[in-house]
Design a protein around this ligand. Structure first.
Ligand code: GEK
Length: 243
């Protein structure tokens, strides 16, 4: 993967527009996620560990909103002899084109395929591991229940879904505090106040966070037997749901 520094919001933007996953974003994506998502490397490592434990032989492993495939490749690394198919899906053609060019280093007897598609319109079947790593937050809230229902029914008993999200808190004081602490994290990672504020504006209509309680309730309603938080840092959380 490349290491191009994210400077997308570094200069004053005269006509602010909604954030999109275009060629420019794809070209700086590894740097962007590392500096903008607290715990991202730990979450990717945990996807490998959880795949080693939950992947069932001859099943499909899905990575929804795969971007450059970090979670797909982590799943591949977690596999041993299971003969699984890893399917990464993203609606950004810039991401998928770039992702398809990444060399695959693995001796696992698994297939890996990437599709440019909307995760809401994809057919899911015979799954044992499903990853939504910071993707559900970009899906229209009114579509989220149906998507989770579809995913829960495609999962085999004993299968796992890993859901990572930027979250919000009902308590206004805590919500503001954790946003401020998160911005301090971004500043410590080299983003300027201008970059932080311009990106916040660009994401306003695009990234719609919900509370952890809303996510856990939705997972249980969709048919998972259990749903818990396994990671949280500021206003970023990763949850697991087991069928
Ligand atoms: C990672 N999971 O590195 N259908 C398909 N893809 C979508 C949709 C949709 N409806 N909406 C958004 N996306 C990755 C990181 S990034 C998170 C995921 C972030 C895609 C979008 O194109 C983008 O690539 C991804 O979801 C979100 O583990 O940038 O904060």
């Amino acid at each position: 993967m490349n290491n191009v520094t994210d400077r997308i919001f570094a200069d004053i933007i005269q006509k602010p527009a909604d954030f999109i996953f275009d060629e420019r974003v794809a070209s700086v994506f590894p740097d962007m996620v590392k500096r903008s998502i607290p715990g991202y490397p730990a979450i990717i490592d945990m996807i490998e560990t959880l795949t080693a434990r939950y992947a069932q032989p001859e099943t499909n492993l899905y990575d929804l909103g795969c971007s450059l495939g970090a979670a797909s490749f982590a799943m591949l690394n977690g596999l041993k002899k299971e003969r699984c198919k890893i399917i990464g899906i993203d609606s950004s053609s810039a991401m998928i084109e770039k992702c398809k060019k990444i060399p695959i280093k693995s001796s696992a007897p698994a297939e890996i395929e990437f599709y440019c598609a909307d995760v809401n319109n994809f057919d899911y079947t015979n799954a044992s591991v499903i990853i939504l790593n910071f993707t559900l937050q970009f899906i229209e809230p009114k579509l989220r229940d149906d998507l989770l229902l579809k995913l829960a029914s495609a999962l085999r008993p004993g299968g796992i879904l890993i859901l990572s999200e930027k979250v919000k808190f009902d308590d206004e004081e805590v919500n503001e505090l954790l946003i401020d602490v998160y911005h301090a994290f971004k500043k410590a990672n080299g983003y300027s106040d201008l970059e932080i504020s311009q990106k916040r504006t660009a994401l306003e209509n695009v990234l719609k966070p919900e509370t952890i309680e809303t996510h856990l309730n939705r997972l249980l309603k969709a048919g998972f037997k259990t749903a818990e938080v396994w990671f949280q840092c500021f206003n970023f959380s990763s949850m697991i749901a087991i069928k």
